[in-house]
Write a protein that binds this ligand. Structure first.
Ligand SMILES: Nc1ncnc2c1ncn2[C@@H]1O[C@H](COP(=O)(O)OP(=O)(O)OP(=O)(O)O)[C@@H](O)[C@H]1O
Ligand SMILES: [Mg+2]
Length: 452
């Protein structure tokens, strides 16, 4: 509350209009449907947040905000009573990092309430205000009081999260890597193969640093697929998670190809691997601060850590084969992830090993209808291509760049990253064409001569 200049002009809420008259919307606030969109670069630090809501609609939005996956590190307390309740509360109690207060008061009363709140707030506590007043003079009053952001009710839960992320944005958020988790709907679907190929495609196509973490500790195949030494990667990283930092993390990585490193699974059965949720969380924190892309090759299992890792990932790819067991499992996975990630797009679906000769299969259209999810890619069963790649420790693109599988893998990489492969620009091609024409002219041959 002490930093009076922290609210920036671009913090203005979307619905802000400088000419709008001051309006007290009181009880007729419509409930707002939360946005569902990818939220790259949004990170909420491990802070304590107190919320004092005043209207039921704002309470409903803030409730949804509090349970969003990106808020999992923050401690959020919701209380009724608006600014008045906040003032009462902090007369006795210390203030948290951030106070979110709603008020339905008029502009002048709101500013008076904020002044009283400032008197009981500790230095360093930030305030995000939510109100029902759309007026530029009032907004200037908020800025003068050091309010970090103001949002006009009704509020979208995702917009509040974005607001909090902006308040704590220190320019590092963009540098945190994206996490893409790959899981099979049932064992042997081809999830690992697709994860490895997508990891390699991202590294090669976009010249971006990628870490592939093989989370299938007893049986992982990433080191076989890249034909590199086994190593202890993940096992060593989590052995004493407290000492894991970026230096140790880098040391445990095995370079596979340009821009692609592997945190390999030990793939041995002398130990047992009961992963702790917090351990995996810390591993991902370090990985994300090291590279732009972290690909998680998840085992086909459902434990607390595997569930929570999927829920917290930026994107999830479910690989399913076109049979009944895969359909049931994929449906369960999609349902639970939709529920746990209400503000994120649904997981991405890849149908794999489609068209095994003589095998009765569920048609891709029927599969999609049952899941209410269009597959991002349908990959045919290609025994020779996949068998050669697996046994020689190669990628699918090493075996064939033209096949459907190779194209599908490129498509998955582009859909996840939102990036497109850079094709040579037409201008450059034109330049080369005129150069060739020039050469032909000089040599006295070619069409230029014929035309004369
Ligand atoms: N489209 C395909 N056509 C033919 N074979 C495939 C195809 N996709 C994957 N395979 C093969 O299927 C086998 C299983 O693949 P993979 O290990 O990637 O599956 P998974 O889902 O990760 O299995 P697990 O449950 O063991 O983790 C491998 O031998 C792989 O080469
Ligand atoms: Mg696997």
């Amino acid at each position: 509350m002490t930093d009076r200049n922290s609210a920036q002009a671009n913090d203005l809420p979307r619905a802000w209009s400088a000419n709008a008259a001051e309006a007290r919307l009181s009880h007729q606030v419509p409930v707002i449907e939360p946005s569902v969109r990818p939220r790259e670069g949004i990170r909420i630090p491990k802070i304590a947040i107190d919320v004092f809501w005043d209207s039921p609609q704002v309470a409903a939005s803030l409730d949804r905000m509090a349970v969003d996956r990106v808020m999992s590190g923050a401690r959020v307390n919701l209380r009724q009573g608006g600014i008045a309740a906040a003032i009462d509360h902090y007369e006795q109690a210390p203030t948290p990092n951030l106070v979110v207060v709603e008020s339905r008061s008029s502009a002048s009363a709101f500013l008076v309430e904020l002044d009283r709140l400032a008197e009981v707030c500790d230095a360093g506590t930030k305030v995000l205000a939510i109100g029902h007043i759309n007026d530029i003079v009032f907004y200037r009053g908020l800025l003068e009081r050091g309010v970090s952001d103001y949002m006009l009710a009704p509020v979208d839960p995702v917009a509040v999260i974005e607001g909090i992320s902006r308040i704590y944005g220190d320019g590092n958020a963009e540098k945190l890597g994206q996490v893409y988790a790959f899981i099979g709907a049932k064992g042997g679907s081809g999830s690992s193969t697709i994860a490895h190929n997508v990891a390699w495609t991202i590294a090669r196509r976009f010249s971006s640093g990628v870490v592939l973490a093989d989370m299938d500790l007893p049986f992982g195949t990433a080191s076989l697929d890249f034909n590199v030494d086994q190593g202890q990667g993940v096992a060593e990283a989590i052995k004493d998670i407290g000492r894991l930092d970026s230096v140790l993390f880098d040391r445990l990585l095995m370079k596979c190809r340009d821009n692609l490193s592997l945190l390999s699974a030990p793939a041995e059965l002398n130990s047992h691997y009961d992963l702790e949720e917090r351990t995996v969380e810390r591993l991902l924190e370090v990985a994300q601060s090291s590279v732009p892309f972290v690909i998680l090759d998840m085992p086909h299992l459902w434990t607390k850590w595997s569930r929570n890792t999927l829920v917290s990932a930026d994107e999830i790819v479910i690989t399913a084969t076109p049979d009944l067991a895969s359909l049931r499992n994929a449906r369960n996975l999609v349902d639970i992830l939709r529920q746990a990630r209400p503000h994120d797009p649904p997981p991405k679906l890849v149908l794999n090993q489609v068209g095994v000769p003589k095998r009765p299969e569920i048609k891709p259209d029927d599969f999609a209808k049952a899941l209410q999810l269009q597959p991002l890619a349908v990959i045919p069963f290609e025994a020779s291509q996949f068998g050669t790649a697996a046994n020689k420790g190669q990628m699918i693109a090493d075996v064939s760049t033209k096949g459907q599988a190779s194209k599908a893998i490129g498509l998955i990489a582009e859909a996840l990253t939102g990036r497109q492969e850079q094709k040579s620009s037409p201008r450059k091609l034109f330049g080369l064409g005129s150069l060739l024409t020039g050469l032909r002219r000089k040599s006295g041959g070619g069409s230029a001569k014929k035309a004369t």
